[in-house]
Design a protein around this ligand. Structure first.
Ligand code: C5P
Length: 218
């Protein structure tokens, strides 16, 4: 039997990659599977929370009473998340949002004929979590993720502060058994009060459960 220790909470979760369209058939993206976010959403739901998922282009199954808003681009994810956030108690931002988007080539499909090289210019995307952090009220709690290749602890602390988070979960992306396309994750968590923990390599289902355990203690 699952505990009911998240009943009364409304949790917003972003997950998956974003897709930034360049022409009719091409886009800029990354290999995020969205598994970590899907595990976090399911754990919150099993513990009694109302759950809204804003999902990039991945296809996880969710029970019918989890509200899933499907998006493609970072701008669409931004629009959906900022609209839902004021009615939520808790946010968990696991999406691997593209920081940049190619300036679109135009309507049709780019043809290679006559071009030996290709130059693409990029624009910046909004930082969704930073915006949500700046909207955060005293009775709302916010969790962010940090995918890092070096100086994990320092980077996590910087992001916790810059994005006004209550908890940050940092994971190495250059280590086997962690990150993007893996079913396990080895993470470092740091909360607002300065408490930190390093967890061993665990299945993402287990990491998800522990993240909620940790947040509920605060
Ligand atoms: O700054 P960085 O991208 O490393 O921060 C990672 C955290 O911020 C993740 O929780 C990610 O979901 C969120 N993020 C976001 N919008 C962006 C970039 C990152 O919500 N444009």
């Amino acid at each position: 039997v699952s505990p009911d220790d998240m009943s009364g909470k409304h949790v917003l979760i972003t997950l998956g990659p974003t897709r930034e369209k360049w022409d009719a058939v091409r886009f800029w993206s990354n290999p995020s599977s969205g598994l970590m976010g899907a595990c976090i959403a399911m754990a919150a739901w099993l513990r009694g929370a109302k759950v809204t998922v804003v999902s990039g282009p991945v296809n996880w199954w969710f029970p019918e009473d989890i509200n899933v808003i499907k998006v493609n681009s970072a701008q669409q994810m931004f629009d959906a998340a900022t609209e839902v956030w004021p009615s939520c108690t808790t946010g968990c931002f696991t999406a691997a949002v593209a920081d940049f988007k190619p300036i679109p080539h135009g309507e049709g499909k780019f043809k290679k004929e006559g071009s030996s090289a290709l130059r693409v210019d990029f624009d910046t995307n909004p930082d969704i979590l930073k915006t949500i952090g700046s909207m955060k009220k005293d009775d709302q709690q916010l969790i962010g993720f940090a995918a890092e290749t070096s100086n994990i602890q320092e980077a996590a602390k910087g992001k916790l502060e810059r994005k006004n988070l209550d908890l940050i979960v940092a994971n190495p992306i250059n280590k086997p058994g962690a990150g993007f396309e893996s079913s396990t994750n080895s993470v470092y968590v740091l909360d607002r009060a300065g408490r930190s923990e390093e967890w061993p390599d665990l299945p993402k289902t287990e990491v998800a459960w522990r993240i909620w355990d940790h947040l509920l203690l605060n």
